[in-house]
Design a protein around this ligand. Structure first.
Ligand code: ZN
Length: 182
């Protein structure tokens, strides 16, 4: 389903709605359209309009209660941070069957957190086993890190948006300093 990012009157992203809802807000003169999906056109007898990608509500001053600057730690977000690549051999792995590798192994007290977990293919993971990187003789392509958001983003939107950016114009309002999967 195509969704529209909603900004409040101050230009801060506050929610995500269906594009139909965004069109309704636009025709009720409650919102202006800032960008559109090029390939989704809604036709009716009187008009045709492109599905809005980003709208701004003119009178809403609602502010999200909590902002975050660090992407939540999750399996999906680790996959996005590492570009879906095994951080040892560089091979592309699918979201469904990649493994988490603990750089400092769990048995040595390594935690499941941003700075200690990388995407790994099954082969590299089993080759490394319960050893640390230096003892395994393997090399990391890049050390794991906690991705910072370039701008503070509302906590309620971050996990949804991290999964995918539906339209490039969203990145003008919420974007990451990491490369999103293609
Ligand atoms: Zn690998």
């Amino acid at each position: 389903m195509m969704e529209s990012l909603v900004l409040n009157a101050a230009g801060i992203p506050v929610s995500i709605v269906s594009w139909q809802r965004a069109v309704t807000l636009y025709y009720a003169e409650k919102a202006i359209i800032l960008s559109e999906y090029e390939n989704k056109i809604l036709h009716s007898i009187r008009f045709s309009i492109r599905a809005p990608a980003v709208i701004q509500c003119l009178k809403t001053h609602y502010m999200p209660r909590r902002f975050v600057r660090v992407l939540p730690f999750s399996r999906r977000n680790v996959y996005i941070r590492d570009n879906g690549q095994c951080m040892y051999c560089g091979k592309k792995v699918s979201l469904a069957n990649f493994t988490f590798d603990h750089v400092i192994p769990k048995c040595q007290g390594g935690k499941s957190e941003w700075n200690n977990v990388v995407v790994s293919c099954m082969r590299c993971n089993s080759r490394k086993g319960g050893r640390s990187v230096s003892h395994s003789g393997m090399n990391l392509l890049r050390h794991p890190f906690a991705p910072q958001l370039d701008k503070a983003a509302p906590a309620n939107l971050v996990s949804r948006i991290a999964a995918e950016i539906p339209h490039e114009s969203w990145e003008d309002y919420i974007y990451w300093n990491i490369i999103l999967e293609e």
